[in-house]
Design a protein around this ligand. Sequence first.
Ligand code: HEM
Length: 259
Amino acid sequence: MRTRILSAVVLLLACGATVHAEGKPLPLDRGELDRRVVKIVYESALLGTEVFNAGKHDECLGMYRGTLLAVLPMLDHRPKLAASVKEKMDKAKGVKAAEGAFLLREALDDIQHEIAPGPKPDPKTEPKVEPKKSTLWERLGGETGVTKVINDLLTVAIEDKKVNLLRDGKYKLDAKGMAHLKKMLLEMLSEVTGGPLKYTGKDMKTAHAGMKITSDEFDALGELLVETLKKNKVAKADIDELMKIVGATKAAITESKEN
Ligand code: HEM
């Protein structure tokens, strides 16, 4: 079997030897060398697939390994690619033949894709796909969006008797106090939704200690928050995600009347 593997690799590499009609070797530029490397890995992957599908996983693995060993020295100008190929070859040593063949096939594909990437999409004809905003913070509109939500929420919450935000006038939030509360809420929402600001305030139990906030008051504030998010055109899924996070603070914030 070893002989068959070797002859397959030698056959593949044969296309890499360029000899002039008079027997003098022609110098190869990098572009030409790259083209040949791509051809070699392509042919190897093709042949390997056939061998693999015939159930000869060992043979396929050996062929891929031979091909990669042979082309590695020609990847010296692409050190990142060469390193990732080497890494996959090392990984393939300790696993079953079928798994190893898959790993080495990946390495062959990596070489092909990096050296001969497919046609680049034409920006004029390709439909523009908006990248999905990755964090809830971004989807809420980042600092501008979240600040707006907090301002809107506090405006209605302060007036709402069911919430009783200022605890029957016990808390008198002057401009400074209000600015502080807004800053703390912004930092907190940033921290829990993947934003860049870190929360620097008190933990929720300490911040609300002695306020005797009931479950109903907490829920009433939650309802106002949902309304506010809706008004600010936040998507339903994002509202649900945020309300789950906020809901998780309920036990720390609420107290039974007897406490
Ligand atoms: C009905 C429910 C709630 C009431 C009545 C309430 C009331 C208050 C009041 C009056 C303050 C100001 C305290 C002070 O100036 O010393 C405060 C602070 C704060 N609250 Fe609430 N709150 C409620 C729910 C929530 C919720 C759901 C969150 C967030 C999940 C929250 C986050 C905060 C934060 C971050 C602070 C500032 C803490 C600090 O200064 O370090 N509150 N709350």
